[in-house]
Design a protein around this ligand. Sequence first.
Ligand SMILES: Cc1cc2nc3c(=O)[nH]c(=O)nc-3n(C[C@H](O)[C@H](O)[C@H](O)COP(=O)(O)O)c2cc1C
Ligand code: SF4
Length: 494
Amino acid sequence: MWHPEPVVRHSIPEARWPTAEEAAQSLLFRPVRVGRVELESRTWVPAMVPWRATEDGFVTRENLEWYGRFAAGRPGALVVEATGIRDVPSGPLLRIGHDRFLPGLCELVEVVRRESGGRTRLFIQLIDFLNVKRRPERAKFFERFLDVSDRHRRALAELFDDKVWLERDEGEVRTFLKDAPEEVVERVLDGRELESLRFGYRERVTDTQLEHVRELPRVLPGLFADAARRARAAGFDGVELHYAHAYTMASFLSRRNARADGYGGSPERRVRLPLEVYRAVRAEVGDDYTVGVRFLGDEVIEGGSRIEDAAFYAAEFARAGFDFLSVSKGGKFEDAKQPKVGQAVYPYTGRSGYECMPTVLSDALGPFGRNLPLSREVKRAVNDAGFRTPVVAAGGVGTFELAEEILRRGDADIVGAARQSLADPDWFRKARAGRGAEVRRCTYTNYCEALDQTHKQVTCKLWDREGLTEPGASLSTDGRRRLLPPKWEVMSDE
Ligand SMILES: Cc1cc2nc3c(=O)[nH]c(=O)nc-3n(C[C@H](O)[C@H](O)[C@H](O)COP(=O)(O)O)c2cc1C
Ligand code: SF4
């Protein structure tokens, strides 16, 4: 796991929990309007992929239990994991790219309504992503994947000062490169080919030589709109368009997007497709449905977008009519670690990944509320443009005091807590009931994120070995971990 150097090891801060009376007076437990719906409180569980869908993207019993368990903690809003909008295989991630996914999604909505007593609003995150292949074996790459051309022959001829290379057939070039020393390979392959060899082939939105990439601006508005229509039909209270992290829409917003077709270059052009997608979604679901966005306050990569870009996008998003803006940070492929052969590059392994889900192995700033300067700027840009669109902040928020301070200072309107809610989905409810002392507190060491990285069912180290023999406890595929935190015995209700 990447961490800053020199590293500063932080402990989780002491927490002072409110009494029930203090909680009742707090900003955190005050309602807020988000588009067409009202959240009962300003508490929010951001999207977290739990790796529990079927291989072909259907909702499973484990998904229902997972979302039901978060709903039992009654957050103001719960966002369902990044859910694929296309009808293409994408492993055990939820999908919404066809009507056949509707029955499972409807059931998920029902479970959340039931478990939260109708008090949690449920959104679903809609995602598109481009192709990412696993890192190939070296021999296979040279035998099959490398597209041998005269550029390679010329490079070899120049390198060895021998024109005979210009006449060599494809098979000879492949065989030679397969066993060639690294210095030779480095001089013959271009940057993208080297990346494909070392990290696995990965498409970019700038690969406009590929028809399906060139056509993204024509295809994506319809795909997102269809997905949003299904979300509404399934009963979700709204959708969150995923314009953050390493995925297609974030790549359009990126400063690194140099597309020359009117969808890249200046900030106005980079935001064009994200706005066209929004308009298509809005036209499909109507004005009386909540449509929000998650995007990056900072990409945290060389040449990437910074807070100035995000502030501009935020004002544009608010003007267009988005109902909420959820701010995240980093989580990019560009600085990710090299994966092992046979594995795909994972966008949360470098510095930008660290900034997305910061741990206690940090720098002087530490992980707690680390991303608040971004939501603060986003909120200011929205307000300066004359809008009141609510802003959601997340990143290292695990205490009532910090959540309350965020709202008091006006750094955001709603407080998201992903890992703290995984550690203890009842934590908001406990705080509200004056029983904060019972909160199981996240230690921010990212055991859960490591499971996500290896596509294992996500659990929390604070509870996944407890009561494995408890009747009815669902266990991980290897039978060694429980999949849900133990129930909290609610003695008195709010
Ligand atoms: C296991 C795991 C899965 C995640 N999956 C998603 C996701 O599907 N979509 C998303 O926007 N963020 C995802 N995130 C990021 C979180 O939503 C959140 O932004 C991040 O963890 C920082 O907040 P926290 O400090 O409260 O955990 C994920 C985080 C974790 C730990
Ligand atoms: S495993 Fe649990 S304690 Fe560790 S970071 Fe994840 S949620 Fe927090």
